[in-house]
Design a protein around this ligand. Structure first.
Ligand code: ADP
Ligand code: MG
Length: 579
């Protein structure tokens, strides 16, 4: 306590105790709503806010760059169904966080980006304040909702609105603008407390209409080759038992989107992941559960989906406007995943026939054939390692640790890992999501460790890692059980491109050859290991996952092993004109 306070006369001390301010009201409002972790980067005008939040018992995790703090907040939101909090400074910090906010909104992850901002009067007259920027206006088109709180007495309402906007209906990102002046505003403590709101039922159930359920079930009953596609909206909903009983009662083969892997284990007898091309092409009625018919599913049409006009889609989603976004949805079921599936299960109990045996047999045959083919490749033990050698090792490690979290980004590293590493529990896999974004890695790894307490394996392309690599200091600082494995093939896609002009600059996709990424981890006190063989990789990662010690394994991969843009090379236009 400072001497200044002690020297005050008793009456003044008393009146101090009866006052509160913007700092404390904001902390109280967040805590009242069970929001106890902040991911952010300190600075003007929110430095003291972070300190006071920590002093009040909140966990305040500082990052080296706001984008990664934001990605951590978004992943926290996905894993917990509570909005993840990201705290940034004004203009540049806000903009850095905005990428994560937009990404969260695109992925339907609930988060709140709270940024300090400059003086409104000066910003609005464009008089050149410190870090002047009309942040609210800039955030609006990039998130689900954006609010500014100008008065301390509105903090309770502002936080309540932000929470509801983030988690109700289709979840998403919310921006909360906090002008510097707000923090210092003083009001009577009792009035302040009365102004706070504990949000009741922030994500209300949305019950589907009975007619929608009947329509969906009658479409599904007519199917000869039905298919269920599970998306990360189904994983987010945390109704794992209901999903399991819906799928098992239906007897229908299911295909998990990448972050829905593990809702039912990948080795479940109904899992059609190994027959993906076949089921997309051949199915006649497709049930979408919390998955969108976006680019990741070829928009529900085209070659991948077989003959035009042969499909009927049933879609279960909390967002009514998602229906018919790409193709006709013959049976929209709008509501929360739990309520929709319980209603469908209820209907099925009145009489249900599992799908025709020839369809099931066709899917199973294809799966067995592909699994056998893959099994052979996963036993490979080449040096230098290719993707199958390295991932064959990591696959076993995850198989032995079903509770571990897996973070995955890159191009080839992502594509191969997604199909090779099986998941057996829900919400264990966090990856590049809807945008296929690079740079989520270390932010996601921090949140995965902090929110679940389980060990995290982050499987990273060398290029992908570079976007958030400095956050390994954050991982070391908080001593998080994160093992980062870098698939080091000397560059983007591959390390073999050359500069056709013969000049000194290397090709745009090439990095420093044989980079020693493991030394970065050692610099911060973590464990850094350089490996070139499958055995070395296995033992380094096993040790890291068991010890929980921050570790970076620099896994040298054959620089010829990757393909351009991984499996989405078709999206990367290439010139056919030779000059
Ligand atoms: P994926 O990439 O795995 O296919 P998407 O992110 O494209 O998944 O789709 C997720 C969908 O899930 C979104 O359309 C979203 O509206 C929906 N969704 C999110 N939460 C729920 C919920 N609780 N109940 C039903 N649908 C949900
Ligand atoms: Mg690479």
């Amino acid at each position: 306590m400072s001497t200044e306070v002690e020297e005050r006369p008793a009456s003044s001390k008393q009146s101090q105790e009866q006052l509160t301010d913007g700092f404390h009201l904001l902390i109280d409002a967040l805590q009242l709503n069970g929001l106890n972790t902040i991911y952010g980067v300190p600075g003007i005008p929110i430095t003291d806010f972070g300190r006071l939040a920590q002093a009040s018992g909140m966990r305040v995790l500082s990052f080296r760059h706001e984008q990664h703090a934001g990605n951590a907040a978004a992943v926290a939101g996905y894993l917990t169904q509570k909005p993840g909090l990201c705290l940034t400074v004004s203009a540049p910090g806000f903009l850095n966080g905005l990428t994560a906010l937009a990404n969260a909104t695109t992925n339907c992850f609930p988060m709140i980006l709270m940024s300090g901002s400059s003086e409104r009067e000066i910003v609005d007259l464009q008089q050149g304040d410190y870090e002047e920027m009309d942040q609210l206006a800039i955030a609006k088109p990039l998130c689900k909702a954006a609010f500014r709180i100008l008065h301390a007495e509105d903090i309770g309402i502002g936080v309540a609105r932000a929470i509801r906007a983030a988690v109700s209906g289709r979840p998403g990102g919310v921006y909360l603008d906090l002008p510097a002046k707000l923090f210092g505003q003083v009001m009577e403590a009792q009035k302040g407390q009365q102004s706070l709101i504990k949000v009741v039922d922030p994500a209300p159930q949305q019950i589907p209409a009975p007619a929608a359920i009947d329509r969906a079930l009658s479409a599904l009953k007519s199917a000869k080759k039905p298919l269920i596609i599970l998306g990360k909206g189904a994983a987010y909903a945390q109704v794992d038992d209901t999903i399991k009983s819906f799928i098992e009662t239906s007897g229908i083969p299911f295909l998990p989107m990448s972050m829905a892997k593990g809702l039912l284990p990948d080795d479940h007898p109904q899992c059609a992941a190994a027959a993906r091309s076949l089921v997309l092409k051949e199915s006649d009625v497709v049930v979408m559960l919390g998955a969108r018919l976006n680019w990741l599913l070829s928009h529900g049409k085209g070659k991948a989906w077989g003959e035009p006009g042969t499909k009927q889609f049933i879609q279960v989603d909390i967002e009514p406007r998602e229906m018919d976004s790409n193709v006709e949805i013959v049976a929209p079921v709008v509501g929360d995943m739990g309520s929709c599936l319980i209603a469908m299960l209820g209907g099925m109990q009145k009489g249900w026939k599992t799908p025709p045996a020839d369809w099931i047999a066709a899917v199973n045959d294809k799966c067995s054939a592909n699994v056998a083919k893959m099994k052979q490749r996963l036993g490979s033990d080449t040096t230098p390692m290719d993707f199958h050698t390295a991932l064959g090792a990591l696959r076993q490690i995850i198989e032995q640790r079903p509770e571990a979290m897996l973070v995955n980004e890159g191009a080839n590293t992502l594509d191969f890992a997604r199909s090779i590493i099986g998941m057996s529990q829900p919400r264990k896999r966090v990856d590049v999501g809807t945008w296929g974004i690079m740079g989520i890695g270390m932010g996601a790894a921090v949140a995965a460790a902090v929110e679940t307490g389980h060990p995290v394996l982050a499987v990273e392309g060398d290029s992908a890692f570079g976007f958030s690599g400095m956050e390994i200091e954050t991982i070391c600082r908080y001593n998080l059980p994160v093992c980062v494995v870098i698939f080091n093939n000397n560059g983007i896609y591959r390390g073999t491109d050359t500069n056709p002009t013969g000049a000194e600059d290397v090709a745009p996709t090439v990095f420093v050859k044989d980079s020693r990424y493991e030394l970065m981890m050692q610099a911060f006190g973590g464990n850094g290991v350089y490996v070139t063989t499958r055995d070395e990789l296995s033992s380094a990662v096993n040790e890291a996952m068991d010890s929980g010690r921050p570790t970076l394994v620099n896994a040298i991969i054959d620089e010829n092993a990757g393909t351009e843009s991984g499996r989405i090379g078709n999206l990367n236009p290439q010139s056919v004109v030779k000059k």
